[in-house]
Design a protein around this ligand. Structure first.
Ligand code: RP5
Length: 165
């Protein structure tokens, strides 16, 4: 039998989404959370999307992070095909600065949830932190690493601004 998949799947609609979605994988790396990163396009590879989403739970995936831009159907269609938690990251599009991505991910009809994050890097980082929070519900060591990550973030904030102008 094949070994189980890493707990987080980071999927994206295109290679061009990687510069945003790498912030999810960088954050998961920092927290020691295993993941698999894949290109899965709702429009260009719809059958790959269906195969991925339908098999995710049985392969051992626990949380899905899905980034897409423009007419960003990937998070919603993936959520329609699995009951695993799906966090959607709107990628900043050239034409509409990611407003199109955000609205097409966030405005899901009642019954098929996508936890929608901010546009771009902030959303990609926070999707990873949310995924880690979900996994930390049943993983005390990860909960401790997450608390440490937060403490380091707090410690890095200076009390006074540098007067550099
Ligand atoms: C979406 O279309 C992708 O998620 C990407 O953000 C956008 C543009 O894709 P490319 O034309 O750059 O491949 O499916």
């Amino acid at each position: 039998m094949a070994s189980p998949a890493p707990p987080v799947a980071v999927i994206m609609g295109s290679q061009s989404d990687w510069s945003t979605m790498r912030h999810s994988t960088d954050t998961l790396d920092a927290l020691g959370v295993g993941y698999d990163a894949r290109i899965v396009s709702a429009h260009r590879t719809p059958e790959r999307m269906v195969d991925f989403a339908k098999s995710a739970r049985e392969r051992g995936v626990k949380v899905i992070i899905a980034g897409a831009g423009g007419a960003a159907h990937l998070p919603g269609m993936t959520a329609a095909l699995t009951t695993l938690p799906v966090f959607g990251v709107p990628v900043e599009s050239r034409a509409l600065s990611g407003q199109d991505s955000l609205l097409s991910i966030v405005q899901m009809p009642a019954g098929v949830p996508v936890g929608t994050l901010a546009i771009g890097r902030a959303g990609a980082v926070n999707a990873a932190l949310l995924a880690a929070s979900v996994l930390a519900l049943s993983d005390d060591a990860l909960a401790a690493r997450l608390a440490e990550w937060r403490a380091e973030q707090s410690a890095a904030v200076a009390e006074h601004p540098v007067r550099d102008e």
